[in-house]
Design a protein around this ligand. Structure first.
Ligand code: NAP
Length: 268
């Protein structure tokens, strides 16, 4: 295990945009070696230039997190080049908007493969190395939507709930090996997450206050430094989570506040 926190080798998925980009830059600023993973190499290269201007080290790696061979290759190459992998940030994700009856099976599979299987593949690939080096920090970027179900995002909510629950369970199992697993669960964040066609065509929009990705990035770095557990960002959302989960009638307000689908979509 590196004695100095700034010496760490950190792999961030979804580093080409939004929260992942901000997290990669935050780690780079602190002196970590950052391996940034995503499908768009051109965007990763721009993040690399920014990291270099901050004095950080950033290696771009093209990888689709839903393809397990690519995931194992990304982790294997990281360990081969840098000798270890200290911190894994599973952040890549996609939120497709629409009532369940209207979304296609392809959209269902994409969300499960990217948001859940991508996380599982990276943990599977990283664990043997972390066990061997007797040190590891895994931070999974989940969502408040994993605690508070919103209509027209039911599958996304279900998958994020699975990511949070998996994180808690793995933390219990792995802490005896000096490997800690955390879930960072943001509310709405100002990123291109809401730019996908399903959101635009089906009337989706962020719910509640919208925070900056840099705030989530700081929570990710702090989770990597301080160990496991579940962090909601911003923390005041804990009260909303508590209310809707202890007083189920509060869901009436969630339903009222959630965006309504704009148009009827034909199932394809
Ligand atoms: N924005 C929010 O309001 C919000 C709220 C709660 C939780 N979250 C979660 O935060 C995480 C980051 O989202 P964001 O808001 O930063 O969105 P974003 O700006 O759209 O970034 C998503 C990132 O995921 C990557 N990605 C998507 N599919 C991928 C795939 N198959 N393989 C590899 N990389 C893939 C994208 O890179 P490429 O396209 O280059 O592959 C991009 O870097 C997600 O897990 C999301 O669910 C977001």
């Amino acid at each position: 295990m590196p004695s100095n926190r700034s010496d760490r080798v950190v792999l961030v998925t979804g580093a080409s945009s939004g929260i992942g980009r901000a997290a990669a830059l935050e780690f780079a600023k602190r002196g970590s070696t950052v391996v940034g993973v995503a499908r768009r190499l051109d965007e990763l290269n721009k993040v690399g230039e920014e990291a270099a201007s901050l004095g950080g080290r950033f290696k771009p790696v093209r990888c689709d997190v839903s393809e397990k061979e690519q995931v194992f290759a990304a982790v294997g190459d990281t360990v081969e080049e840098f000798g270890r992998l200290d911190v894994l940030v599973n952040n890549a994700g996609v939120g497709l908007y629409g009532e369940f009856k209207d979304i296609s099976l392809d959209e269902v599979e994409t969300q499960v493969k990217v948001n859940l299987m991508g996380v599982v593949y990276f943990i599977e690939a990283a664990l043997p190395h972390m066990l061997k080096q007797k040190f590891g920090r895994i931070v999974n970027v989940s969502s408040v939507a994993g605690f508070i179900t919103v209509p027209s995002m039911s599958l996304y909510c279900a998958v994020k709930s699975a990511v949070t629950v998996l994180s808690r369970g793995l933390d219990m199992e792995l802490k005896k090996h000096n490997i800690r697993v955390a879930a960072v669960c943001p509310g709405s964040v100002d990123t291109p997450f809401f730019n996908n066609p399903s959101v635009n065509s089906r009337g989706g929009r962020p719910i509640g206050p919208v925070i900056k990705p840099e705030k989530v990035a700081k929570a990710i770095v702090s989770a990597a430094e301080n160990g496991g557990g579940v962090k909601i960002v911003p923390a005041y959302y804990w009260s909303a989570v508590y209310l809707v989960n202890t007083l189920p009638f509060m869901y009436r307000f969630v339903e009222k506040g959630a965006p309504k689908p704009r148009a009827k979509i034909n199932k394809h």
